[in-house]
Design a protein around this ligand. Structure first.
Ligand code: ZN
Length: 170
């Protein structure tokens, strides 16, 4: 979601640092999640790496810029094409599983934010709560919430998180 721009109803990922636009309005919202004690990780399919039109170096530069701008804890990348049949290309849950392992996350107490059905499907498989931003790409797969904007999503996550903490045994 952070990475995408829209061209003729399709989302197009920027290929170079020059093309990258940081959505500044999302920065304080991500900070709110961090302040609530959450670890914030972006996951992204980057088939251009496998197909050869995305340079790894340029992608790393963009990700470094994004990671700093949003104070993300991590960015997890699937570099594969669908023909690679990897376990990490979303809607497969490999990047979530890997994130959970790397950051010792309890995936069934984690949240997935996206504007695409592929992320909701990956979340469903690992038992995470999915919160989709209303968009043309939400599809018909199971998702826990569809909401009009990121601010509403962030507030929802924080209230769900508080409720869970309150019910957790001391
Ligand atoms: Zn992959």
């Amino acid at each position: 979601m952070i990475l995408a721009k829209v061209e003729r109803q399709h989302q197009v990922s920027p290929l170079t640092l020059e093309d990258l636009k940081i959505n500044e309005s999302a920065v304080p919202l991500i900070q709110k999640l961090k302040a609530a004690g959450l670890i914030v990780i972006a996951t992204t399919n980057q088939p251009g790496l496998s197909r050869g039109y995305q340079s790894r170096r340029e992608l790393d530069r963009m990700h470094e810029r994004i990671r700093k701008a949003f104070a993300l804890d991590d960015i997890m990348v699937c570099p594969h094409d669908e023909t690679d049949r990897c376990p990490c290309r979303k809607p497969k849950p490999g990047l979530l599983v890997e994130s959970g392992f790397k950051w010792k996350l309890d995936l069934d107490r984690s949240f997935v934010i996206s504007d695409k059905w592929q992320d909701a499907e990956a979340a469903r498989i690992v038992g995470s709560t999915s919160l989709l931003l209303k968009s043309p790409w939400v599809g018909n797969v199971h998702r826990d919430f569809v909401m009009p904007d990121l601010e509403t999503i962030v507030d929802k996550i924080i209230s769900l998180q508080k409720a869970r903490r309150a019910e957790a045994p001391a």
